[in-house]
Design a binder for this molecule. Sequence first.
Ligand code: PLP
Length: 410
Amino acid sequence: MDRDKCLRLDQNCALTHTRDRFALPEEVLYFDGNSLGALPKTTTTDVTKAIEQEWGEGLIKSWLDADWFFLSAEAGDAIAPLIGASAGEVTVSDSTSINIFKLAAALLRQNDGRSKVITERGNFPTDAYILEGIIDLLDKDHELHLAEPEHIMDSIDDQTALVLLTHTNYRTGAMHDMAGITAKCNSQNVPVIWDLCHSAGAVPLALNEWGVDYAVGCTYKFLNSGPGAPAFSYVSQAAIKNFKPVVTGWFSHRNQFGFEDGYQASDSINKCLVGSPQILSLRGVLNGIKSFDNVSMLDLRDKSVALAELFIELADEKLAKFGLELASPRETAQRGSQVSFNHPAAYAICKTLIDRNVIPDFREPNILRFGITPLYMRYVDVWDVVEIIGNIMADSAWQKFTSDVKEAVT
Ligand SMILES: *Cc1c(COP(=O)(O)O)cnc(C)c1O
């Protein structure tokens, strides 16, 4: 492999044209699309139009004239094919943390005296924090069980009230067997919520086929929807009827504009809504999803795998000798769309790279994480990033960034 070969791979790649859908700074090598996706060019014009025309001129009429009222559903239906769901099963509102609360609190309240609530030790913090808060709220009838990843399957039993798992681990990119775990949960009548934050738009998913009833995920990572863009909730057609919302806001009412005194839940996925949707951000979501137009998730996965394997192969050859140790699974089928390394100086290395216009990110305790985003990432970017890391390791440039004080956001 050499740089020219990478350039040729880019020329012949089925997804080369999609990079042009994004407004990316030329001088930056962006490897953090798994934390904040890049800006689609259409977002700028569309959000500007929503502000100037729909809000500025249309004023309140735009709730109907510009379909603001239906944007959560429209965005949900746009996400559905990317995650293997059907129309009417997905809606977009609020944050992932809030959506976890909405689903988990409802499912735990409906449980039949079972006490064990399972999540993974080392899961993304908000997932476990939200569960702790719900258990506290429900008078501590439940107990949070933090299972090691390899023991999750075994810990699911007839005393389990709820399982909440993140499909792709944010630190390592290790993926759970969603179909297998869901089948086990379904056989024990245990509701399972899948957090798809690092999976949606990153790897092919088949929620309907795998029998998944509940899922949440964010849109600002691989789905390119913009900072703080609202998250999605998924409840399967089979599960929606018996789902009883706990956050009973007016957008989840059966007859919202009847302004009735009593609460009655909608029959539809609107059960997962609460209050007024984030209109401007939802425009970002629709444009983020549009960046996947005419791209099959299988082609996207093929390129993601090819980029990651190139990265790993080059890292083995040029970076392992500097102590960068692969933290992601080597096995392709077990790895999401990222390549992570362990290094005791990961934070300093990350800061040094950012100073050189290479943007990965750092995750505690010593993970250097590179998101793989095939819609806009090139083979030559992978070649260049490994060269640059090799350079700063060889001349120890990162050592001048060594500091005990980390910034507020890593
Ligand atoms: C990014 C991420 C979240 C983010 O939740 P917010 O409410 O949007 O801040 C939640 N869960 C996982 C697994 C994530 O990776």
